[in-house]
Write a protein that binds this ligand. Structure first.
Ligand code: ADP
Ligand code: ADP
Length: 233
C-alpha cells in the first residue's frame, strides 16, 4: 500500500541527505511503526508519504515513494488527501474550526459529497473515536488525548485508505495514549486501514504493531521486521 524504493531526501542547503537508501513496503491493512532516535528522519519519511516532502519543504527526493500506486513526487498533498490522512506532531496546529463536529466535517468539504453523506460520516467517526459526547465542545477545552482523537477523526472522514501519524502519543499520559492506540488498532482491524506511525519510544506502542521499521542512525540501513525480530536486534 505504501512503497519506498531506494529513497533519499536532501533538504535545500544541506550537503548530505537526511535519509538515504530507504527501501521498504507497508502492506495493506497493517500497522507499521517507524522507530528511531530524534532527528533520524522519521518525519521526513512520513512527509514523503503525504507529499509534504519535498513539495512544501524544499529539497530533493530521489528514488520513489508510492501510496496506493500514486507517486507522491508527482502528486501534491491535496491530490493525495483522499488516499492519505496525515496527523502531524502538533495537533493544535492542525485545527481550523472551533467545535469537534465542525472539525470532523471540514476535511470533507472539498470532496463534493452530498450533505447527508457528510453527516453520516461525521456520526460514524464520532462513534468510532468515542467522541459523541464531545461533539459540540470547543476543541480548545479538550484534553490532549481528546484533541489527538479529534485530529485523527478530522482526517478519517474522507475515508483514506492510509493514515500517517507523527508520534501521536508522545505528548499524552499513559491512559490517553492507550485510548489513541486502541482507536488505531480498531481502524486497522475493523476497517482495514493501513497505518504508518513514527515513534521514538518503542515500548509503549510495539504491542500494537504488525511490523517495525528501524531507522538506527543517519546513513545506516533500515531494518524491517516483526516486533519480535526487531526486539532481538
Ligand atoms: P525525526 O522525525 O526523526 O526527529 P526529522 O525528519 O524531523 O527527524 O529531521 C531529520 C533531519 O532533517 C533533522 O536534522 C532536521 O533538522 C532536518 N530537517 C527536517 N525538516 C527540514 C526542512 N524542512 N528543511 C531542512 N532540514 C530539515
Ligand atoms: P458513505 O460514506 O456514503 O457512507 P462509503 O462507501 O464511503 O459510504 O463508506 C461506508 C462504509 O465505510 C461504512 O460501512 C463504514 O463502516 C466504513 N468506514 C467508516 N469509516 C471509515 C474509514 N475511515 N475508512 C474507510 N471506511 C470507513
Amino acid at each position: 500500500m505504501i512503497r519506498f524504493e531506494d529513497v533519499s531526501v536532501t533538504y535545500d542547503g544541506a550537503t548530505e541527505p537526511t535519509v538515504s537508501g530507504v527501501d521498504f513496503e507497508v502492506p495493506e491493512g497493517e500497522l507499521v511503526l517507524l522507530v528511531g532516535p530524534s532527528g533520524v528522519g522519521k518525519s521526513t519519511l512520513l512527509g514523503a508519504v503525504s507529499g509534504l516532502v519535498p513539495h512544501f519543504t524544499g529539497g530533493t527526493l530521489r528514488g520513489r515513494v508510492t501510496v496506493a500506486g500514486r507517486d507522491t513526487r508527482t502528486h501534491k498533498p491535496r491530490e493525495l488527501a483522499d488516499v492519505v490522512g496525515t496527523v502531524g506532531q502538533d495537533p493544535l496546529s492542525h485545527f481550523v474550526t472551533d467545535t469537534v463536529e465542525d472539525e470532523l466535517a471540514y476535511g470533507m468539504e472539498s470532496l463534493g459529497l452530498a450533505p447527508a453523506v457528510m453527516r453520516r460520516r461525521v456520526e460514524e467517526t464520532l462513534d468510532l473515536l468515542g467522541l459523541a459526547d464531545l461533539r459540540h465542545r470547543s476543541i480548545a477545552t479538550l484534553s490532549g488525548g481528546q484533541r489527538q482523537r479529534v485530529a485523527i477523526g478530522s482526517v478519517l472522514t474522507p475515508h483514506p485508505s492510509v493514515l500517517v501519524l507523527d508520534e501521536p502519543t508522545s505528548a499524552l499520559d499513559p491512559a490517553a495514549a492507550e485510548e489513541v492506540l486502541a482507536v488505531l488498532q480498531r481502524l486497522v482491524h475493523d476497517l482495514g486501514t493501513t497505518v504508518l506511525m513514527a515513534e521514538h519510544r518503542l515500548e509503549r506502542v510495539i504491542q500494537y504493531a504488525d511490523q517495525v521499521v528501524l531507522l538506527p542512525s543517519p546513513g545506516e540501513p533500515t531494518t524491517l521486521g516483526t516486533p519480535a525480530e526487531v526486539m532481538a536486534v
